[in-house]
Design a protein around this ligand. Structure first.
Ligand code: A2P
Length: 276
């Protein structure tokens, strides 16, 4: 597995495993399939499962990359420091590789989000300085939310995690992050299966002799975005990391980048969830 370097010089694997709804069995399977980067969050309630699977594997903690997030009701200076302690305890570790703020606002109509965001980020910086977290980042932050953090921060966010897949390429937000040296990770890189039946993606899969899921994962990899696919099957877990022996042609990348919106989750930080 290749790695990328974060702004602070530390390495992060180029593909991770999304643990939303994962049980211990599928996490153990993911370790056997070769995954070492696990993306969890306090709200997923999978931190304890990740800890269990890592312990059960007999592989050293340092070989793993654990990312977790503070939930909407854990925002605020004191709150996020307490949230981090809870996550450390559940993960049975004395450091988190990457700690993120899960959403930029506690709710879409929360008006004081700028003050709350900067206050929360101050706690993230202190956790980083204390060595409890080795990298700090954001999740679901769009340029206007990130700008607010950048205006007052001492340590810049190193990563931003967004919903990204063909049909939701988030080109503008990604460009903004790249210009600010913020690495990107993609949640639901397969559009939670919603994009897998797209005829254009199906024809591309035939052309490259791979699965549609591999087209989606490779779409991220070629943009230097870390995909975080989820799966409960070992075969599909392995299929999702087997994306380094083919390359999508420039023309196909253009086609994927400009695909009309398709397979969007309906989640947006500034709006009520859209039922799809
Ligand atoms: P399963 O657990 O049966 O493998 P996303 O990561 O975008 O949220 O998508 C997760 C969904 O995609 C899960 O329902 C998972 O189902 C399915 N999935 C994961 N990998 C593949 C694959 N290689 N081919 C088809 N479906 C997949």
């Amino acid at each position: 597995m290749i790695n990328y370097k974060l702004a602070n010089g530390l390495y992060i694997p180029a593909i991770g495993f999304g643990t939303y709804k994962s049980d211990t069995e599928s996490l153990s399977m993911a370790i056997k399939a070769g995954y070492r980067y696990f993306d969890t969050a306090s709200v997923y309630k999978t931190e304890e499962n990740v800890a269990w699977a890592i312990k059960d594997s007999g592989i050293l903690r340092d070989e793993f990359y654990i990312a977790t997030k503070a939930w909407k009701d854990e925002m605020g200076y004191k709150e996020v420091k307490q949230a981090c302690e809870r996550s450390l305890k559940k993960l049975e570790t004395d450091y988190i590789d990457l700690y993120m703020i899960h959403w930029p606002k506690p709710s879409h109509d929360y008006t004081d989000w700028k003050r709350l965001g900067t206050e929360t980020w101050k706690a993230m910086e202190d956790l980083y300085k204390e060595g409890k977290v080795r990298a700090v980042g954001l999740s679901n932050f769009l340029p206007h939310h990130i700008d607010n953090i950048l205006q007052s921060c001492e340590i810049k966010p190193m990563i931003n995690q967004l919903e990204i897949h063909p049909g939701y390429s988030q080109e503008y937000a990604c460009g903004y992050c790249e210009r600010n040296n913020i690495l990107l990770a993609a949640w639901s890189p397969l559009g939670r299966q919603r994009v897998l039946n797209h005829p254009l993606l199906e024809s591309m899969a035939i052309k490259y002799n791979v699965t549609v899921a591999q087209i989606c994962i490779r779409f991220c990899v070629q943009r230097k975005i870390i995909p975080l696919p989820k799966s409960s099957s070992k075969e599909r877990m392995m299929n999702n990391t087997d994306v380094f022996s083919f390359e999508l042609e420039k023309e196909d990348m253009y086609i994927l980048m400009t695909l009309p919106q398709y397979g969007w989750s309906g989640e947006h930080p500034d709006f009520e969830r859209v039922k799809i």
